[in-house]
Design a protein around this ligand. Structure first.
Ligand code: FAD
Ligand code: NAD
Length: 399
């Protein structure tokens, strides 16, 4: 019998765990598994606020795919997906085409602008390894030119973060920790540096525990961060941001973190979607497409208790990947597929240094205990992917 061809698009949390599980659960003769990714490395999206602020070497966030997956069982192709022709069961890559019997779409997200003009032209919005390196280098460049210009321009040392969601808060946590070091290195008076977090909703971290939000805001304010709450940004310009209240903040650095939408290829391929995310069937298949699974940030799952979508997270992407792999195996064995239900174990956000906040198994955590938990969560993922060797190579010291 002909071996079915499984093609997995994207080597993020969803794609890597799907590939890893399939390579362990299926025999050599049961399927041909192909993984496609635009880089030959996998990166930890959840760590990117650290290299972006310059508090971590970007190398630490990434690993060669060949070093963590069994490539004797998975055919890896480094290429960019440009289209999915679902009626022809074909994927178009920049350099070739692939046929599939089963497809897993795990292409992650793109920045959401909600139509605010100027974001892509004037703000940093790429949460990728290359994007993080660019933000880090730009920040350092701002410090380096400040004392070299005849006129001391405050906007060189003004840093705006758009959105006080978890990405914005984690990034400013790292940056506010690093600023004293940058001031010392570039002979810049600390009081010249301004850091703003601008949030449209009536609170930072909307929907999160108010006591933990207050803890985070107090801590960040003590490091010099200024919050502007209930204050949507209406435009990003080459000079900074224009706010809905009519004010302008002049800044040479605007970091965009106002949320995400699914990969644009979802819309291009013609899947029914909401902001690039497909409301998948209970077993994670795209409605009307029995051979296509959609997982991670491209998938939309409704939390029935509140009738709202679950926020897209790595936690959910990994859980979906395990179910997706098991359902692919079931289809190959003509067995029934199973439904997916997220098991939310908690949420922990780092605040820079040894600080963090979180709720884990309904317990609130602050400061060093939350920081310990955050690093253990990061290490747990490495363990799932590459066992103890990967934790030893790339893991974080939780203390
Ligand atoms: P990703 O992990 O983004 O992977 C997508 C992959 O597809 C990438 O390798 C990409 O290169 C590849 N790709 C994209 N387009 C193409 C193409 N056209 N061709 C080929 N390859 C392509 N979630 C948590 O649960 N906990 C956290 O602590 C947390 N922290 C975060 C911190 C930050 C700074 C950010 C930005 C996000 C954080 N998240 C966190 C959210 C989490 O990172 C995402 O939900 C998760 O990465 C989604 O996994 P994914 O597999 O769908 O996509
Ligand atoms: P988000 O949607 O969680 O937060 C974006 C914030 O930007 C919101 O508070 C929103 O009100 C605000 N906003 C939107 N438009 C704005 C505007 N024009 N001006 C000012 N503010 C505006 O998005 P995110 O923080 O990018 O996170 C993306 C996903 O990744 C989420 O699902 C999040 O839970 C997850 N994540 C999790 C962690 C963690 O668990 N530690 C860390 C980072 C991200």
């Amino acid at each position: 019998m002909k071996k079915p061809k499984i093609v997995i698009l994207g080597a993020g949390y969803g794609g890597m765990i799907t590939a890893s599980r399939l390579s362990k659960e299926l025999g050599y003769n049961e399927a041909d598994i192909t993984l496609v990714n635009k880089h030959d490395y996998h990166y930890q999206t959840t760590w990117l606020h650290e290299p972006a602020a310059g508090t971590m070497d970007p190398e630490k966030t990434r690993m060669k795919i060949s070093e963590v997956l069994n490539l004797s069982k998975i055919h890896f192709i480094k290429d960019v997906v440009v289209d999915i022709k679902k009626d022809e069961k074909k994927v178009i890559l920049e350099n070739s085409e692939l046929d599939y019997d089963y497809l897993v779409v795990a292409l992650g997200s793109e920045p959401e602008t909600f139509g605010v003009p100027g974001v892509f032209e004037h703000a940093f919005s790429k949460w990728t390894v290359n994007g993080a390196r660019q933000v880090r280098d730009h920040i350092e460049y701002m410090f380096s030119i400040y004392n070299n210009e005849d006129e001391k321009r405050n906007e060189l040392l003004t840093f705006v973060v758009a959105g006080a969601g978890f990405t914005g808060i984690e990034f400013i946590g790292e940056l506010s920790e690093r600023v004293p070091e940058l001031c010392a290195a570039y002979d810049v008076p600390r009081e010249k540096v301004k850091m703003y977090v601008i949030e449209a909703a009536p609170t930072a971290l909307p929907g999160f525990d108010p006591e933990l939000v207050e803890y985070a805001m107090n801590l960040l304010e003590s490091r010099g961060v200024e919050f502007k709450i209930s204050c949507p940004i209406k435009e990003v310009t080459e000079h900074g941001v224009l706010l809905a209240d009519g004010n302008e903040i002049k800044a040479e650095t605007v970091v965009w973190a106002t949320g995400v939408r699914g990969n644009a290829l979802i819309e291009k391929a013609g899947f029914e979607n909401m902001r690039g995310r497909v409301k998948v069937d209970p077993d994670l298949r795209a409605p009307g497409h029995d051979n296509i699974f959609i997982i991670g940030d491209c998938a939309l799952i409704i939390n029935e208790e509140i009738n709202r979508p679950y926020p897209p997270t790595a936690q959910i992407a990994m859980q979906q990947a395990a179910v997706c792999a098991s359902n692919l195996k079931a289809l190959i064995h003509n067995a029934p597929t199973k439904g997916f239900k997220p098991e939310i174990k908690g949420t922990v956000a780092s605040l820079g240094g040894k600080e963090a906040i979180g709720i884990v198994f309904d317990r609130k955590l602050y400061g060093s205990s939350a920081n310990f938990m955050k690093k253990m969560i990061d290490n747990r993922y490495l363990y799932m992917l590459g066992g103890t060797p990967l934790v030893l190579k790339k893991g974080k010291n939780p203390l």
